[in-house]
Design a protein around this ligand. Structure first.
Ligand SMILES: NC(=O)c1ccc[n+]([C@@H]2O[C@H](COP(=O)([O-])OP(=O)(O)OC[C@H]3O[C@@H](n4cnc5c(N)ncnc54)[C@H](OP(=O)(O)O)[C@@H]3O)[C@@H](O)[C@H]2O)c1
Length: 308
């Protein structure tokens, strides 16, 4: 990934205060709109979601903007910036619908979507009309828009697309505290898979560990205390010294009997988690191998237990 050259938002946009229209103002859309708007980078224009209630909730959160009840009304909502922050599979059809609107001078506009997987090619219909297009993926979990307002700064924002669009988005995302970088379109699937594993699977890991503690009869508050301390500490260690140095536990120590006992208990109580435990264990074993502490016999014994 490469770092683009820095320029100011206004010079990049060639206008004093661009208008931003949003199609799909959910968790991410309303948060970015509020951040851009609060930073004085944009004037809010139209907000279009399929349900008027969700548009109204977005408008209330952002603090400005006009609720638009159908996509055709956007013909009379000129804007320099168009953000399509709908679910990934609807980005392309939304771009096609926008491109068919009468009376918009797309040559003066920039359109973006925020999918980690999809590239700016999803916006091809707008690109064909002369619009500058890009994808901009913030590596951030927008589960709570209110919380994201303060935690967004320092988020890595990965851009890909047309040069005019990426220059503009670099200026905008940098101005709200993003660390902007660029990515080749063909690298997006692996990049996005990595962010999904780090973010969503971390939460899934929390959920599966909670399930095991519950099966062990440990009440919720105590389970939360056990996992909060352990997960925070492990993550902190992993980020500070790297996964190879941070790995502890039975696989790193070569405690085969302990592993066998875990697998037996999981198979008896929560059999659907057996494959999860073993496949994560196989990845942990790769780290243990790199630590160089276990000999080949110990490594082979653990490998056999995890594959059986
Ligand atoms: N959430 C994250 O943490 C995160 C992080 C990075 C990137 N992203 C990306 O950001 C984008 C949005 O994700 P999100 O989590 O913000 O989704 P979300 O919370 O589900 O919001 C999607 C919004 O789009 C609207 N919508 C759905 N279909 C539509 C359509 N056909 N036309 C107009 N509006 C439509 C929905 O409202 P109605 O149902 O009322 O239409 C909703 O307000 C996705 O591309 C996602 O990959 C999300």
């Amino acid at each position: 990934m490469n770092k683009p050259t820095k320029i100011s938002p206004n010079s990049a946009l060639n206008t004093s205060l661009p208008t931003l229209n949003i199609i799909g103002s959910g968790k991410l859309g309303r948060t970015l709109a509020r951040l851009f708007s609060d930073a004085g980078l944009v004037t809010m224009g139209a907000i279009y979601n399929r349900n008027i209630e969700s548009s109204q909730a977005a408008q209330a959160f952002i603090g400005s903007g006009r609720v638009t009840t159908n996509i055709e009304q956007l013909s009379s909502e000129p804007a320099e910036l168009w953000m399509i922050s709908t679910p990934d599979d609807t980005i392309k059809p939304c771009a096609e619908q926008l491109a068919n609107l009468i009376g918009i001078d797309w040559k003066k506009a920039t359109a973006l979507h925020c999918s980690g997987l999809k590239t700016s090619a999803e916006l091809i219909a707008l690109q064909k009309q002369g619009c500058a297009t890009a994808s901009a993926h913030p590596a951030h979990s927008f589960a709570s828009p209110e919380h994201s307002l303060s935690s967004f700064p320092s988020t890595v924002c990965t851009l890909e697309g047309n040069e005019r669009a990426t220059n503009i988005l670099d200026a905008l995302f940098s101005a709200i505290g993003g660390q902007v970088t660029t990515i080749e379109p063909e690298a997006k699937p692996l990049y996005h898979a990595a962010t999904v594993m780090a973010s969503n699977y971390l939460i899934t890991l929390l959920g599966t560990s909670e399930t095991l503690l519950k099966k062990a009869g440990i009440e919720d508050a105590l389970a939360n205390a056990v996992l909060a301390a352990l997960m925070r500490q492990s993550l902190e260690n992993g980020l500070q010294v790297g996964p190879v140095n941070a790995l502890t536990g039975p696989i790193a120590r070569g405690d085969s009997n302990t592993l066998q006992a875990h697998i037996k208990a999981i198979k008896q109580s929560v059999p659907e988690l057996d494959s999860v435990y073993s496949s994560m264990g196989i990845q942990a074993l790769k780290l243990a191998r790199q630590q160089g502490y276990l000999d080949s016999e110990e490594l082979a014994a653990i490998e056999k237990i995890l594959h059986d």
